[in-house]
Design a protein around this ligand. Sequence first.
Ligand code: ADP
Ligand code: MG
Length: 630
Amino acid sequence: MNARSFPDIGTGTPDDVGILLEDADGFVQHCTSSVLRYVGLPEQMDRYRGRPSSALHEAVATVFLDRAAYLEGVTFLRGRGQAVHREVLTTATGRTFERTFVPLHDGKVRTGTLWQFGAARSADDRADDRLALFEAIFAALPGQMAVLSPTGRYEFVTPSAIRDDALRSWIIGRTDREYAEYRGRAASVAEAREASIRRVVEGRAIDEYEEELSGADGGTRHYQRHMVPMFGADGTVERVLGYGLDLTQLRRVEQQLRQSQKMDALGRLAGGIAHDFNNLLTVIAGCGEALMLEFDAGDDRRELLDPILEASKRAADLTQQLLAFSRRSVQQVTAVDVIEVLDRTVAMLRRLVSDTIEIRVHCVPGSHAVPLDATQLQQVLVNLAVNARDAMASGGTLTIEVRPLSLSEPSFGLAEGEYVELQVIDTGHGMTEEVRQQVFEPFFTTKPAGVGTGLGLSTVYGIVSTAKGAIRITSAVGEGTSVRVILPRDRRDLLTRTPSTASMPVRGKGTILLVENDTLLLNLVRRRLQGLGYDILEAHDGISALEVAAQYAGPIALLLTDVVMPRMGGGMLAQRLKEVRPETRVLFMSGFVDDPALAAEIEQGDEGLLQKPFTLHLLAERVAGVLARP
Ligand code: ADP
Ligand code: MG
């Protein structure tokens, strides 16, 4: 065998370990300098390489007290040794060395022998090595581990279970109960562990249970405990291995998942209720309005109608809030001026906060129209102001600023373009970074039960994201908080959502295809539009609407349709109808749109959406508006 075919092992070997490598025929392949140093022949490698190793072994043997025994061992092991063999030899000067014989095999064929010489290690030393290795393994494992006697006395604990070194030594030989006493903790955790150990010893099987501990930060930590029997030779439980896996993070994630599923279910429920209510409210308000027109100004019966209209208006506001919460409200066709709404709201804010808080308002002139309705914007302002108030229990300054903001490059997760910035700044107690990262989570609150609901900022977040805006919070403990709400600037004309009932209804003419699956609403709208002079074709869903249109020979000026309907919805209907009657205008009526794709489609249509519930007056205005467009 060619000596060079072996890698040059051993040059990096520490001085006290020597390696001698022989081939199958007993020729020296390699020898580390340390071996040669032992035998007083440093740097004479070339004299031995490729020669029979017996010469080298002869030299090595002279170092040892029993020279003959050394050489006999070489012959014996080389001849018969099948397994690694380790023995301790004493040198002439009284030092001990350990000689290790390692037979080398390549499959079944013996390819050579490796001899290793090193400072002898006692059996105790080696046991210590192994123990250190196991301790290192235990310490590296993610779980907490302990070995206990059947009576619950600690024999071994990993640093992951007890971090403090002194405490970890202290507990050896002691029980959980003693530990609890020592640390002034309740005995319940210790009792549960004792009971589990008893079950393991008696049942001779693994016991599992979940444990709750109060963590250093005051929060609850969850652990999965496994108590595992360790059997002695006689089959009795000699020791118990306690294993603890920290489930806190998992539980937290589970909790969040449940929370978001709950929010989602609540959102669906709220959205569904609001949708049905919107139809009903449109009928109630519409009939009330129609009646109002029948009575003269002095008629006593108007006094009975006023509360009906007022109540239905408030109910409509409620459904709007439900929709904001469920984030199912469509992009508003209305836009409001932030400054105008702020002006109207400041008086209310002053009543909300105490006298010790000064409110300052700064508005930079410019265009401040944003795609929200007044109720939503007020909700944003009120929620932010209430939070600021809560943070300034002993007084301070609440500053509200409004300014146009032009983004020349994408920032805050928003595209470049024109925005309106609303900033609410307080001089309150501020919040930690940890709190700041959670504030938008529904039900996240740091306030005592009954005071905080944790829904304030999540509602604001819902409203702002529906309007395709962004929200950013900066805060420092003791230094106050600043909330920046950035909303896209709305270029559409501001539409007033509260037309005065005194103004004259807009009359018109032409054929309107009215599609609505709610019969009450359909009848109301049809009567109103007929009253204004329009001709009405009607249908209860998209499919029958297409049939009606196919049968009608004359022009159809407008398709006025609900969005969510059985069989075929408004979006699809509009698309199909436009294919055969491209000149027909489309106006959607809806309270919400479930499908974001549908919502996008509706937004694209320039005729837009008539938000339910609507007043008959607004209906007349929007219909006339759409038909009047060039
Ligand atoms: P709630 O006010 O019901 O607690 P919010 O969603 O409005 O719920 O706020 C969540 C948490 O955010 C509050 O409990 C509080 O810890 C923190 N927070 C919100 N606004 C402020 C603020 N202006 N200053 C300090 N902390 C605030
Ligand atoms: Mg709040």
